[in-house]
Structures are given as C-alpha cells and as structure tokens.
Design a protein around this ligand. Structure first.
Ligand code: ATP
Length: 367
C-alpha cells in the first residue's frame, strides 16, 4: 500500500490566508489516520495537498518515501471520496463504480466482474442498474466508496464522507467504512470535524486548529493524555475538567496541589505526584475527566475535593453532576458510584483524576 509523510508543510493562499502552518504527519502503511478539527482549521487543505490538487507553499510531501510535491494527481494511486459523493447522475450505479476502470481502459468483461465484486462486498449488488437519484443516501455513499475502491488504490482520501447523512446511518456507515478499509488494508486519511467519528474509526487521530497540528496519537492517547490545552478542552463530552493549581513539593516527600481554597495531597509514591513535582512553585492547569472522579461519603480520607452540586443531568446511561469546587465548576460522572441521596446533598468527591499533566497551548493564540 502507500505511506504518506508530510514534512514541515505550510500552505499560504494568494490572499495571505495561512491554511496549514508547518505541519508534519506520518501515515503508516495500511493505517487509518483521521484529521480532526473545527471548520476552517486546514484539514481539507492537507488532504488536497496529498491528492496533488493544491501545492504546498513550503515543505515536502512524500508518498512511499519519494518526494511527490510535483507528481500529478493521476500518478499518485489515490482515490478520493467527498461528502457530496460526486456521482454522475445520468450513469447507472454499475457505470459509476466502473468509471475509473473505463478511464484506465480496462476491457468491459474484466470491468464488469470487478464492479460486481465490489458491489457485492458493499451490499449494493442488487441496485447496479439504478441511477443515483433512485438510491438512498446510504446507498449513494456506498456507490461512492465502490468507485474509490474499484481501482485498488494505495491510498484513500476521504473528506467528511458521512456529513450529509442522518445520525443513525452515519453511525452504521462509520463501522462499515472502517471495517472495509481495514479489510482492504489500504492506507487512509479521513477528514472530519466529528470527534465521535474520529475516536471510533481511527488508528490514530491528528488534531488541527487554525492550521497548526495540536496532537497526534491513538484515540486512547489523545483522549487520555492530550498534548495541549486545546485538545484537552476539545475532545470528550462532557469536556475535561480543567483546573488551575499551584504545585508545592514538600521535603517530607509529598506534593500539594493548591486549587484556591482547597488542597489535594499526593503522596510521593503516587505517580501523579511525580508527574507534577517538577513544576514546584508554578501554576499549572490540571486536567480531570469526569469519569475519573467518584463521589464519596463526607469526611472520607485521602485525596478528596469538596464541592457543592449545582445540578444533576441524567442521560440514561450516565448521570452527570455539575459542581462548584471553590471558584471552579467541575463535572463528575456519577454512574453507579454512590447512592443518589449522597449526590443530591452535595457530598464531597474522592479520587483525583488520573490525567494529571501540565497542559499548554500550541499555535498562535491561546485557547
Ligand atoms: P471545513 O471543515 O469547513 O471544510 P477545513 O478544516 O477543511 O474546514 P480548509 O478548507 O482546509 O479547512 O480551509 C482552511 C483555511 O483556508 C480556511 O480559513 C479557508 O477559508 C482558507 N481557504 C481554503 N481554500 C482557500 C483558497 N482557495 N483561498 C483562500 N483561502 C482558502
């Protein structure tokens, strides 16, 4: 298949817009890489540069280790899938899927066989004679996928391919696309602004903001140990609790995190103590996921935070408690943790989040 490497790639458009700012990303052989970020962060521009539809202003794009900056799109062994599917309305489903083969002059017999194989793999074998306007949104999406797969490309580039579909179908196709792509073993770059899509489909996620790459890692890594403050606040619902704290290392080997009117005591053998110890005397931002906080009975020993519950939110599969801890609002996942009456009385909280790390901003402006 194909590996992709972007090395210090910048794209400045003619009007001076810096769409991509010094981005380096590697996509391994057969890897499903998701580019995630809000609208306008430069995801599509990265994709278009890999496809050869835009030239980088500076930096290098390597395909299979070879410099590809000047390689025409048709020589890149790439297939693209867009959100509007871009199907030919006057052609049948079969002709749409087979179109790339016709362009490369594959003879009709072989073409028909290949189209039938692909269509059956995608579960659309029975609609080959229909026109795109006689298909559901999900079927149209499968035809677009079929047309991308039919030439056995080395790399798939997908730009928000599910964004025009309703949420039920999106969830279904999400699993289908990632399953299919993995089966084929084709390296993929998939652009989305939907974090659920990114976290469920990706081998690794690259998160961008205003043209700047913020973090790259497996879904577990970027969710659990975000590299920047922006990623910490961007990923996850409810968003990660972010608290300002001052760090003090005590000579008798424990660390306190001062959170305004409360202190958390971390014994030295606690890995969280060592994670923050070298910020002695500094103010840091501490990240705590709601699910890392557990309600406990009043006067419980250990690393306890006290907070008053402002309101509870029940979501069926989980309940969230929104609390004020001193001057800061915190959200706690109450799921099966404590008796309900305790929650409604504003009991104190035990267990400090595991994701204790210093978070900073990357890029031109603060979060
Ligand atoms: P979306 O999710 O909305 O598609 P995106 O993250 O894919 O957004 P891009 O389309 O890559 O973002 O655009 C990045 C930035 O570059 C935006 O500010 C956009 O307005 C700008 N931009 C894109 N194409 C051009 C162009 N041809 N000329 C000038 N600016 C452009």
């Amino acid at each position: 298949m194909t590996t992709v490497a972007l090395k210090d790639v910048t794209k400045i458009f003619q009007d001076g817009t810096v769409a991509v700012d010094n981005v380096s990303i590697d996509v391994n052989d057969g890897e499903f890489m998701v580019l995630l970020g809000p609208s306008g962060c430069g995801k599509s521009t990265v994709l278009r540069m890999v496809a050869g539809l835009e030239d980088p202003t500076t930096g290098a794009i390597l395909l299979d280790g070879d410099l590809a900056n000047d390689l025409p799109p048709r020589e890149r062994r790439i297939a693209m899938v867009f959100q509007d599917f871009a199907l030919y309305p006057h052609m049948s489903v079969g002709d749409n899927i087979g179109f790339p083969l016709r362009l490369s002059r594959v003879e009709p017999m072989a073409r028909g066989e290949r189209v039938a194989d692909v269509a059956s793999a995608l579960g659309i074998g029975d609609v080959l004679a229909r026109k795109p306007n006689q298909l559901s949104g999900g079927q149209r999406q499968r035809v677009a996928m079929g047309r991308a797969i039919v030439r056995r490309p080395g790399l798939f580039l997908m730009d928000e391919p599910l964004s025009n579909l309703d949420s039920g179908l999106r969830a279904e196709l999400r699993a289908e696309i990632s399953g299919l792509v993995r089966e084929l073993g084709v390296s993929t770059i998939y652009v989305t602004h939907d974090q659920a899509e990114a976290l469920t489909m990706a081998d690794r996620v690259a998160i961008m903001r205003r043209g700047v790459l913020q973090d790259v890692g497996t879904p577990t890594q970027v969710y659990g140990r975000p590299a920047t403050l922006y990623v910490a606040a961007f990923l996850g619902s409810p968003r990660m609790n972010l608290l300002e704290a001052s760090v003090y290392v005590h000579l008798d080997r424990y660390v306190t995190l001062n959170l305004g009117d409360q202190n958390l005591y971390l014994p030295w053998d606690d890995i969280r103590a060592r994670a923050v110890a070298h910020y002695h005397g500094e103010r840091i931002v501490v990240g705590m996921r709601a699910e890392a906080l557990t309600p406990v009975a009043p006067n419980s020993p250990g690393d306890v935070l006290q907070g008053r519950i402002r309101y509870l939110e029940h979501h069926g599969h989980e309940s969230l408690a929104f609390l004020d801890i001193g001057a800061t609002a915190v959200v706690v996942d109450e799921m099966g943790q404590a008796p309900a009456e305790q929650a409604s009385e504003g009991g104190p909280l035990r267990r400090f989040g595991h994701a204790v790390q210093r978070l900073t901003n990357r890029g031109a402006s603060a979060a």
